[in-house]
Ligand binder design. Structure first.
Ligand code: IPE
Ligand code: IPE
Ligand code: MG
Length: 259
């Protein structure tokens, strides 16, 4: 079900102040379903409808990167039936949506421990990534079997290995070099991180990359998070003053100079 559009919020958005990169923790599928007397898997299916709408909307308004937390390394510890249902849903969704992504100029990427995914998932994802590789619109990044601790530990391991084998020197290790060892090396850091469903935590998501992101939390469960809710998050983001350690006065002088 598509929510009625509140044109006021859309029209009050400053198109020149949109984030380049939005990261979302899509939480609350299970609770949404339970509240309606369904099982948790029903909530995951409805969550896919939200994914479709948010991807379309981000493409339309010109967002360049959208990273969606779809499955964390910790989610492997859920009941086997739920994990299987999620993997099956992933395969079916990618299979069904790949053409649409291609048509809408969306390029698909995946971050996370790819090898830990079932082979059939890897195959569908590889095909969809190949199919959309030359697209130039929205970059849709799916975080699958992803966790920041896994990613950062792997980066440290790979840097140490390259230092030992002489590929890099100790003095080469800078913030820039470190970033180039993360799975997000080709993407700018998110300016906005949205978490649905009322939890105020990061749950092992993009810990390094979110260093200066604006955080937006909403009580709305993911299956109910649609176009209108995204506009509201963007509107809220545009009211923030991003200071990056400076004073408010410095930021305002700078803005006035560039106006
Ligand atoms: C988010 O919804 C989807 C995944 C983590 C895969 P949840 O499944 O976490 O739903 P809640 O938080 O239990 O309601
Ligand atoms: C975070 O949601 C992971 C995803 C949305 C994929 P969880 O529901 O797994 O997070 P916690 O365990 O409540 O922190
Ligand atoms: Mg949850």
């Amino acid at each position: 079900m598509v929510q009625p559009l509140n044109m006021d919020v859309l029209q009050s958005l400053d198109r020149n102040k949109l984030p380049r990169h939005i990261a979302i923790i899509m939480d609350g599928n299970g609770r949404w379903a339970k509240e309606r007397g369904h099982d948790r898997v029903f909530g995951h299916h409805e969550g896919v409808v939200s994914v479709r709408e948010i991807v379309k909307c981000c493409g339309e308004i010109g967002i360049q990167y959208l990273t969606l937390y779809a499955f964390s390394t910790e989610n492997w510890n859920r009941p086997k039936e739920e994990v299987n249902a999620l993997m099956e849903l992933l395969v079916n969704t990618i299979r069904k949506e790949a053409e649409e992504l291609k048509k809408n100029n969306v390029r698909l990427h995946v971050i996370g421990d790819f090898d830990s995914l079932p082979v059939i998932c890897q195959k569908e994802l590889n095909e969809a990534m190949e199919m959309t590789a030359s697209n130039t619109g929205l970059n849709l990044v799916l975080a699958l079997s992803y966790s920041s601790k896994w990613e950062i530990t792997k980066a440290v391991h790979d840097i140490a290995a390259d230092t030992i084998n002489g590929k890099i020197k100790l003095a080469d290790i800078t913030d820039g070099l470190f970033k180039s060892y993360l799975s997000t090396k080709n993407f700018p850091d998110p300016e906005l991180m949205i978490r649905t469903s009322g939890e105020h935590r990061i749950s092992n998501y993009l810990l390094y990359q979110l260093a200066y992101a604006e955080l937006y939390f909403t009580d709305v469960h993911w299956p109910a998070f649609r176009r209108q809710q995204l506009y509201e998050a963007l509107f809220d983001y545009q009211q923030r003053e991003r200071r990056f350690g400076k004073t408010s006065e410095q930021i305002q002088t700078n803005t006035a100079q560039h106006a």
